[in-house]
Design a protein around this ligand. Sequence first.
Ligand code: GH3
Ligand code: MG
Ligand code: MG
Length: 500
Amino acid sequence: MYAGGDSCPGKGARCGEMKMDEYRVLLVDDDEAMLCLLTRWLKKAGYLVRTARNGREALEAIELECPDFLISDWAMPELDGMELCRQVRSLLLPHYVYVLILTVKNDATEMITALDHGADDFLSKPITEAQLLARMRSSRRMLELERRLSAMAHADSLTGLLTQRTFYEALDKEWHRTRRSSAPLSAVMLDLDFFKQINDVYGHPAGDSVLKLVAELLLDNCRASDTVCRYGGEEFAVMLPETSEANAIIWAERVRAKLAALHVPERFKDLSITGSFGVAETSEDLRSCEELVDLADQSLLCAKRMGRDRVVAYSSLVQTAGMAPRGELAETASSVLARDIMQPLQSCLDENDSIAKAVDLVLDGSAAFAPVLKTDGMLAGYVSEKDLLGAIVSLGRWQQPVSSVVRSKVICYDEATRIEVIYEFLCRVSVRGVVITRNGRPVGTIDSGSLLRWYREPVGGPKGCGGATQAGLCEGSRPDRAFEPSPHSLDSACECPAGA
Ligand code: GH3
Ligand code: MG
Ligand code: MG
């Protein structure tokens, strides 16, 4: 902790200039008296100071909290000033660290060595308070310029919020931290409703003002640990660390209500603003933070389709109804069940089977994904063509067990589920397909290809059968091999959506 207070701006804040008392200085010296003296001078001048006794301690302190200045002695036990400089320059730090070397060495060769190791400045001991503070003032000019340039690169010029790229940098870091700690992490996507009309009716500058007001609103409702960005146009993304989906829904609902009640300037009479929100929480299944944002984005899309000005959570997508196909096919489809169109399971993968075997199975069958069973016969999850594609790029992985790529969140439907329910689900989400069960045991799969085939054939498409049978089945889609029920049962990872 840097003594003198901790006023480090939170991620929720906009990028901006630093105040004097926000400069953090890490002092490194093995001479206790020197540390005391320099600490006193710097604190008196308003700097936040932390100390370390050698290069190793300094690196640990930098890891915990990145300072703005590193003032280091040259000769120290364990890790000296030059090695410290070199290592600091090789670290990926959140911002530039200005390095000042203080040493009794004072010839030109040594100064060159220090600068070549990554130091910015070099002061020969003994030094005076006035000399040190003057060097600090001049280096602050350099740091301020660097911070301004960095703020310009990281902030959206209209709203001052972080840019999408910077958001993903922060999200990626948080996502990895969350995976280590198992803490919850949620993402919220917000898209303003009918924003184009605001521009059309009130003019582009009015649209800009609304975007700024929304940015303010989001920041005012965020904690310092949250991260808000302008994702693009009239879309915003928010990262909520340590937040479950249930709490993220509460947060989004509160912001949605405040947005709908937002006070706009008099001159924009009758202007109303609403937004649609998509919420998702990370789970063990997700391979990257981009996938988390994708889930929130899919939920947002549903919020739009369901009428806008609402919050939709990804977990609710598997439970809701309302998007079943309409029109002439609807009646026929309503009598067709999952068992009629599923791809029967011809053989199952065991989680100890190799990735090579999984590839063979997926390629031999016509489904884009295959269920995987645990050794005790329970359903472990599934692997998709895409997951396998990701795995095989490294040659050594062909013989790895398929369990290394299995996705455990399996969506299951009973074989007696109407296909329109499954249609609805697959239209809304990015999962490859669902597992069909009989008495709780997997008997087949349905992916979007299965549905496309069925919906094409009843209306006499290129390979159509010229009209549906009573059950809506064509020759081509009828299971050609009966499934032998396996002794396997499903485990608790399986989610069986309601409405089936
Ligand atoms: P929906 O409810 O489906 O989201 O409808 P929409 O009108 O909000 O969405 P659409 O994608 O059709 O239009 C988005 C509009 O946002 C079009 C674009 O001109 C406007 N826009 C994007 N960036 C800015 C900006 O920086 N300032 C202003 N004033 N308008 C912007
Ligand atoms: Mg919009
Ligand atoms: Mg949009």
